[in-house]
Ligand binder design. Sequence first.
Ligand code: 5GP
Ligand code: MG
Length: 183
Amino acid sequence: MHQDLAEVLLDEETIAERVDQLAKQLAARLDDVATREEPIVMLPVLTGSLVFTADLIRRLPHKLRLDVVTVSSYPGTATSSTGAAIHSPLPEDLDGRHVVVVDDIFDTGRTMELLDGELRAAGASGVTSVVLLAKPARHEVELRPDLVGFEIPDAFVVGYGLDYDGLYRNLPCIGTLRPELIR
Ligand code: 5GP
Ligand code: MG
């Protein structure tokens, strides 16, 4: 798998150190919310944020509920955003709950904008967004994530949960693919 990478942007150790810091920052934000409204609802956006979420939630001391949501913006092999659509029911019983949306990457921002609006409309008392990666050059919405792990250049990346055509999610690092492998 590694041999399919053109460049490693973030190695395993760099990611782990940053996830530690993000968990501390998120925990500090949630301290305030958690005393008032327990439990917090963690909402990873499938499938890309699975690996990040697994590492993140085990570093949080709060009582939390774990739900999932499926949003697609990159069907099949496309590498440019075609917009976002929610493909699963939102968690029930969001009324008065604080929701933490976890995503792998904030690209155009359409996924997060859509979820933020829908969750608030469903009664969430607040929404905190945490993303491992952001590509500032591609943002198309005014909303910005509350916590960002790394800002990266406008390149298509795989690994640590991120796929290309369903593959590479289990790479422990994040990198770009060799161009000849992208259809
Ligand atoms: P947005 O709605 O912010 O444009 O897109 C967010 C989603 O697009 C992410 O959750 C992710 O699934 C996908 N995405 C955006 N950029 C990349 C990338 O460089 N690599 C991969 N694998 N997925 C990406
Ligand atoms: Mg996604």
